[in-house]
Design a protein around this ligand. Structure first.
Ligand code: CP
Ligand code: NVA
Length: 338
């Protein structure tokens, strides 16, 4: 009788530039590894998976979670990090990205990059010769999606067969990566967004192909109340991504009907049976305690939903640590230390 062997996964030396770089098995592998690392941290087990590994963090945009997760993950595993604000670097100003990549590749073991253009993270990976991880670009937020999938699996004990409804800016980095990650995991996905904020045609063709290959459904909707029916996860993100601050007034007008409210959560039909959770990558504009919302009030989600027991946003943010750690360990560590 043939034995069913688990497919061998090795990510050693690899970069993570967008979610579709990962095979279905690699996604599962990273979530499993993150779960093991989470448990070991809970038990305060000493690990040295990144001993003597030096990690560069290049950030063109602000960050609370990704930056913290990267630092704590590396230190937990015995490695060290250097945080580099883009204003302190020559990168792309007095030195080409290609040249900086080759310099950094000669000194560091891995690079976490957050910035604007996807092309920058790809150039860093091509020329540095070391693993480069995308900590968010305008197009993509793959490390976020791994934490999201981990959180969904922790809450439902499975991924395949669930339904995720994303409500809001339907063509931003978080939405596109989440869509790819969900479809690759067998989760039905609805992107509920105004016509003006739909993903472009090229992206749509790609995700449709992923949905077809994974036997799950992908819908674009403009009707929040219908889109959320039977959903297990209601997910939203900011209406103004970093770099789009000038579009605030326009976005509020466009997206006000897409705000996640208690009524919308109830329209899933799953609230009473506790078969639905609320998720947000954060930061969220849900009360009047920020510079932006002192003027506008809550935007993408009401405070009531954000603070409800079914809101899993802080589980999600903690999982950023465990999943980023899993990525670093899997791509940099020796097999026996994984
Ligand atoms: N979700 C996320 O990427 O958060 P930060 O912008 O704080 O890193
Ligand atoms: N779409 C948001 C995500 C923030 C984590 C942005 O790019 O600003």
């Amino acid at each position: 009788m043939k034995s069913k062997k688990k497919a061998m996964v090795s990510l050693k030396g690899r970069s993570l530039l967008k979610l579709s770089d990962l095979s279905d098995a690699e996604i599962v592998y990273l979530i499993d590894l993150a779960g093991r690392l989470k448990e070991m941290k809970r038990r305060r087990m000493q690990r040295n998976g990144l001993l003597r590994k030096n990690i560069a963090m290049i950030f063109e945009k602000p960050s609370t979670r990704t930056r913290s997760a990267c630092t704590v993950a590396a230190v937990d595993e015995g490695g060290s990090v250097e945080y580099m604000d883009i204003h302190d670097l020559h990168l792309g100003k007095k030195e080409s990205i290609r040249d900086s990549a080759r310099v950094l590749g000669g000194m560091f073991d891995g690079i976490m990059f957050r910035g604007f253009k996807q092309e920058t993270v790809e150039t860093l990976a091509r020329y540095s010769g070391i693993p480069v991880w995308n900590g968010l670009t305008d197009d993509s937020h793959p490390t976020q999606t791994l934490a999201d999938l981990m959180t969904i699996r922790e809450n439902f004990r499975k991924l395949r067969g669930l339904k995720v409804a994303y409500i809001g800016d339907g063509r931003n980095n978080v939405c596109i990566s989440l869509m790819v990650g969900c479809l690759k995991s067998g989760i039905d996905f609805v992107d509920c967004t105004p016509r003006k904020l739909m993903p472009d045609l090229k992206v749509l063709r790609q995700v449709e192909a992923i949905a077809a290959a994974h036997d799950c459904s992908l819908q674009i909707s403009h009707q929040p109340n219908l889109a959320v029916q039977n959903a297990n996860v209601i997910y939203t993100d900011t209406w103004i991504s970093m770099g789009e601050e000038k579009k605030l007034a326009e976005r509020i007008k466009l997206l006000k009907p897409y705000q996640v409210t208690m009524k919308l959560m109830d329209a899933t039909g799953n609230l009473k049976d506790r078969r639905v959770i609320f998720m947000h990558c954060l930061p969220a504009l849900h009360n009047s305690e920020t510079e932006v919302t002192r003027q506008t009030g809550a935007l993408e989600v009401t405070d009531e939903v954000f603070e409800a027991p079914f809101s899993k946003v802080f589980e999600q943010s903690e999982n950023r640590l465990h999943t980023i750690k899993a990525i670093m360990v899997a791509t940099l560590s020796r097999e026996e230390l994984i």
